[in-house]
Design a protein around this ligand. Structure first.
Ligand SMILES: Nc1ncnc2c1ncn2[C@@H]1O[C@H](COP(=O)(O)OP(=O)(O)OP(=O)(O)O)[C@@H](O)[C@H]1O
Length: 579
């Protein structure tokens, strides 16, 4: 309930629409309520007295009220829909903005599947809830209350029938609405799991095919799909059971009304038209209650959705810039790690342990070590994708937490392990690195990343379109574009996280040479599992189990690092004698 209230601030800009929707609905309801009374008058006065002029007059009045009701209905739909759609669109915008500002830790905590469910399902659910509240939640109670009042005034003799049927209807409706709300919260959770599985399958579809694991994956998907189906069925069954039960109660009311009515007509206390109007009002009452119950269900269904949306909007971003950032216009690129400890799971053992080293501006630092030794994690601390648990990372002698995130990250070029390009043209992807890049800058970056040749082989060159995930490029081409995108920023610190694994050896050394020529004062971190990729580095950090095992040049490490010697021996087939 509270979470829904918090979201109501988004309706403020659309207050007029949110007012006009119910206003037009009131007109529609008033006209609907008028119809049975006009009909009763036609029967009891016009037909009973054989007054044709009266019948025609009231017939026209009925037609007029139907037209006014139609206008009310259309107006209400237009404005309620506008209010709900704009309301949801603004929330969607803010949820997207918020997730964009999430730290990696924040994103890991939610998981992509849940975030997608929130932006799609949960938002659709609250949009629907608002639209129904503005229309049906006004219509339902008004129809109900209006009918009760009219029956009280025009047919008090039949009112006892309502005294029995209405409480029974209310109890059933309340019970089913409450139950369905709980069941729909479970449906949302099951939906998360389906989305997560779907996303994972689509991202890994090539691997699934290559390993011929289609059947296996279908089975795994089927298990989450079945869980969703089961929960959906239980929730929907509650709704579908409600309808026949209420119809049954109303039919009992109709029979009781007819029975009492016939007695009263024979006693001469009421006329036949009153019975017909009563039955009509009883049906209107049921419709009013039923539609109110549908809205109630939609609203109770929207509560968990609103809760999850607020969870995103209220997430504390754990990596933010300082209140008063350091104003340093010219970062030189000296990087220092000072007794850094880090773990992904905050109460677990440190993954990175006591990392200390210094890279002078313009130096090239190679990082090597076994799989899972913490190489990628270490470099992710430089642009503050994660923050250390203890110790500090400094750039030009200043703790990076003192720089604004914008200044810090604009000084860093990061080429991740997995080349991630966006749908659009090659040029769009270059501009992702630098908004105002000129054609000549793009040409230079492409040349340096050994990407120029294949780009110009496309008829449309830089305008060539990339499909989602750049599946129309080879692995090596993707990596080269990803490197070029980082080059174009001319960053002071450039991090290549095993980003040349799919690039052939000749191109790789060309990339490194071009980089050093063009950006001799760029501090370069190269993570690689191949010694050949880092052999010329000024210094090489050897990582082992989250710790620095050794630091030195290639020559020094060959004599002092056991781990480096083993890697060298495995990759060259030559044994090294340690001193
Ligand atoms: N986002 C994450 N959440 C939790 N654990 C993670 C996360 N990313 C990495 N890890 C774990 O941290 C450890 C170090 O991972 P990291 O990617 O830094 O290793 P690496 O040395 O770069 O390995 P590789 O050479 O295979 O890329 C691994 O055990 C990995 O499972």
């Amino acid at each position: 309930m509270k979470s829904m209230q918090k979201l109501l601030k988004y309706i403020k800009p659309y207050t007029l629409f949110a007012f006009l929707g119910p206003f037009f609905m009131c007109i529609e309801v008033a006209m609907d309520l008028l119809q049975p009374t006009i009909m009763q008058m036609i029967i009891d006065i016009g037909i009973a007295n054989e007054d044709n002029a009266y019948v025609i007059k009231l017939g026209l009045l009925m037609l007029l009220s139907a037209v006014i009701g139609l206008i009310g209905g259309i107006g209400s739909s237009i404005y309620a829909t506008k209010a709900a759609v704009y309301f949801a669109s603004d929330i969607r915008r803010d949820v997207f903005r918020k997730t964009e500002s999430f730290s990696n830790q924040n994103t890991d905590a939610f998981g992509a599947g849940k975030l997608i469910t929130i932006v799609t399902n949960d938002l659709a659910s609250i949009q629907q809830a608002l639209m129904m509240t503005l229309r049906v939640f006004v219509r339902g109670p008004l129809l109900f209350i209006g009918s009760v009042v009219i029956v009280w005034l025009t047919a008090p003799e039949l009112f006892p029938v309502l005294l029995v049927t209405i409480p029974i209807l209310i109890v059933f409706i309340y019970y089913f609405s409450f139950k369905s709300g709980k069941l729909f919260a479970k449906v949302q959770k099951a939906m998360d799991q389906v989305n997560t599985k779907l996303q994972e399958t689509l991202a890994g579809i090539r691997v699934i095919k290559a390993f011929d694991r289609g059947d296996h994956e279908t089975e795994r998907f089927q298990s989450v799909n079945q869980a969703l189906t089961k929960r959906n069925l239980s929730a929907e069954q509650v709704i579908f059971t409600l309808m026949p039960i209420t119809m049954f109660v109303v039919n009992l009311g109709v029979v009781a009304g007819l029975w009492m009515g016939v007695i009263k007509v024979s006693e001469g206390t009421i006329q036949v038209g009153v019975i017909l109007a009563f039955i009509n009002y009883l049906n209107i009452m049921m419709n009013g209650l039923m539609s109110s119950s549908h809205v109630l269900m939609q609203i109770t269904r929207a509560f968990p959705s609103a809760g999850r949306i607020n969870q995103v909007l209220e997430t504390n971003i754990d990596i933010t810039g300082p209140d008063q950032p350091m104003t340093k216009s010219n970062i030189q690129g000296e990087v220092e790690f000072n007794q850094v400890h880090f773990s992904y799971h905050k109460n677990g053992e440190s993954l990175l342990k006591n990392i200390s080293f210094q890279a002078k501006a313009g130096e090239t630092i190679g990082i090597i070590g076994s799989t899972g030794s913490g190489k990628s994690t270490l470099v992710k601390l430089i642009p503050r994708l994660y923050d250390p648990d203890s110790g500090s990372v400094l750039i030009d002698g200043v703790d990076i937490k003192n720089y604004s995130l914008e200044d810090l990250r604009s000084a860093i070029g990061f080429v991740p392990q997995k080349a991630l390009l966006f749908t659009g043209s090659i040029e769009d992807n270059f501009r992702f690195g630098k908004d105002d890049a000129t054609i000549s800058e793009m040409e230079d970056a492409a040349e340096a990343a050994v990407a120029s040749e294949f780009i110009h082989r496309f008829d449309d060159g830089f305008s060539h379109s990339l499909s989602q995930g750049a599946t129309n490029l080879s692995g090596g081409q993707k990596q080269r574009l990803s490197i070029a995108r980082a080059f174009i920023r001319k960053p002071k610190i450039l991090i290549l996280d095993d980003s040349t694994s799919a690039v052939d050896a000749i191109s790789e050394s060309s990339v490194q040479r071009a980089l050093k020529q063009a950006h001799s004062n760029t501090t370069l971190f190269i993570i690689s599992s191949k010694i050949s990729s880092i052999i010329d580095a000024d210094r090489i950090i050897v990582m082992e189990d989250g710790e620095i095992e050794s630091i030195g040049t290639h020559g020094e490490l060959l004599t002092k690092s056991k781990v480096y010697q083993d890697i060298y021996a495995t990759q060259t087939g030559m044994k090294v004698k340690s001193r």
